[in-house]
Design a protein around this ligand. Structure first.
Ligand code: SF4
Length: 462
């Protein structure tokens, strides 16, 4: 008998026992489920990591991590206990801990080590900070108006967790030894007021992604005030709160004050016929624990219309149909979270070892079709600079040998209001060079040698 390429079976979620980690052996359930305790015990440096894991992680691993932080990292280290606890949950003894951590999907994107990176091409020659050019499209500081009917509001430049591959590495988080961060010039209150004024005077915008960073890092009363003001704007019909913390710090979304605030907003949204949803960012099935599921369901019970997942396709994390389907079913079956998108990892510095080719993403899209309900089958998308999200099969032209895909669009951004060719132009996107045939890699080496521009836009933004 021929077997299905993917065998579905419902998997019961399990919260790994944090007491297996020497640093948290005495931590009670009450402490663990407190958002305050989680924030206070988030791991921010090697010493804290060593204190948590005990002697199990080898000195070589820690040196590998320290070198990455010093020479390559675009994001500083910040990982809540909830997420640390999902790394290598089955490594029963200290003996196999280092190997399990090296291989672990969550570790691979949250705590990248130097040896993970591509040695010759750690960055694509055209990698840039702010690779989606969001700041160029700010209508007011922090409000990206890229698509005709929707905007992204960056409320806060921090998160409770920092992902190694963060698209907004230009803005989000603390400086690293290699990368400074852009700083907002306006105060937060002035910035948020300017955003609301713009939206009040721009009725073409019907959809607002309230993001950051992560809205979980803004005090809840400020989030509630901002969303309440959005709900008073007649033209705003969709509001999406973006928070990876639903997975990284579910304790935040389970806290009573936050949940009661969500319920107040959801009631107003319902009464006005506005769709209020939560968007999260989960990349690996093991991250979906009972606490994460409880938080997602609590948001639904509080009245948000949907909780959706936007993951990122990352090599070594979720680059197989099986890994993606395991994740989607864990989200859907146990947490009532709708799989929505998987993005190709953007072309920021240091991302080459994570990035997939467009062709690989197309193959993954094809491979997962037919297993999930249609409404919960995630689209694989490429966020093309100056274009926006394109479904990976929408590519207009593709030179897979040189790893250059070309994309078109059917709308103008504010940057192109006087460009008559904007809708005819093809916009390029690039596959990782190290995955191309040898002759194509030689071509790229020659390009890089000839280019007057630096290999990557690594400096501080002017
Ligand atoms: S949670 Fe989102 S914004 Fe924050 S570091 Fe991760 S990818 Fe970046």
């Amino acid at each position: 008998m021929v077997e299905q390429p993917y065998q579905y079976r419902r998997r019961e979620l399990a919260e790994p026992d944090w007491r297996r980690l020497p640093g948290w052996a005495g931590v009670t359930r009450e402490e663990w489920e407190s958002a305050q305790w989680q924030r206070a015990h988030s791991v921010k440096n090697l010493r804290q990591l060593r204190d948590v894991t005990g002697p199990g992680l080898s000195e070589a691993f820690l040196a590998d991590l320290e070198r990455d932080q010093r020479e390559r990292a675009t994001m500083s280290m910040l990982i809540p206990p909830q997420m640390v606890n999902t790394i290598a949950p089955a490594a029963a003894s200290a003996a196999g801990l280092t190997d399990a951590w090296y291989a672990d999907p969550v570790r691979r994107y949250m705590l990248p080590v130097f040896s993970d990176r591509q040695p010759e091409w750690p960055s694509h020659p055209y990698a840039t900070r702010d690779s989606l050019h969001e700041a160029e499209m700010w209508a007011v500081e922090g409000l990206t108006h890229r698509y005709p009917t929707k905007v992204l509001a960056e409320l806060v430049p921090t998160c409770p967790q920092y992902c190694g591959h963060c698209t907004r590495m230009d803005l989000v988080g603390n400086p690293t030894p290699s990368y400074d961060k852009h700083r907002f010039t306006l105060t937060r209150d002035d910035r948020l007021s300017a955003m609301l004024s713009y939206l009040r005077s721009t009725p073409a915008v019907r959809d607002v992604v309230v993001s950051g960073g992560d809205v979980a890092n803004l005090p809840w009363p400020r989030v509630e005030a901002f969303v309440s003001a959005l709900l008073e704007i007649d033209s705003v019909r969709d509001i999406r709160l973006a928070t990876k913390a639903l997975m990284g710090l579910p304790q935040h979304w389970l806290s009573t004050d936050v949940l009661s605030g969500v319920a107040r907003l959801a009631a107003v949204a319902r009464s006005r016929g506005v769709s209020l949803a939560v968007h999260t960012h989960v990349n690996a099935a093991q991250s979906v624990t009972p606490l994460v599921a409880r938080a997602a369901r609590a948001l639904l019970e509080a009245g948000v219309r949907d909780v959706r997942n936007q993951g990122v396709l990352l090599r070594g994390v979720n680059d197989s149909a099986g890994a993606l389907l395991d994740l989607c079913f864990a989200l859907l079956d146990e947490a009532c979270v709708t799989p929505y998108y998987f993005y190709l990892c953007d072309m920021i510095p240091g991302a080459e070892h994570w990035r997939l080719t467009v062709r690989e993403a197309q193959a993954l899209q094809s491979a997962i079709m037919g297993y999930l309900p249609g409404f919960a089958t995630p689209r694989m998308v490429c966020d093309v600079p100056y274009v926006g999200k394109r479904w990976v099969h929408q590519v207009a032209r593709y030179d897979a040998d040189l790893g250059i895909s070309y994309w078109t669009k059917g709308y103008l951004t504010a940057l192109e209001s006087d460009d008559p060719l904007a809708l005819e132009r093809e916009y390029p996107y690039y596959d990782p060079v190290h995955l191309l045939p040898g002759a194509a890699q030689d071509w790229w080496r020659a390009q890089a040698a000839r280019s007057p521009r630096p290999l990557e836009d690594a400096g501080t933004r002017p």
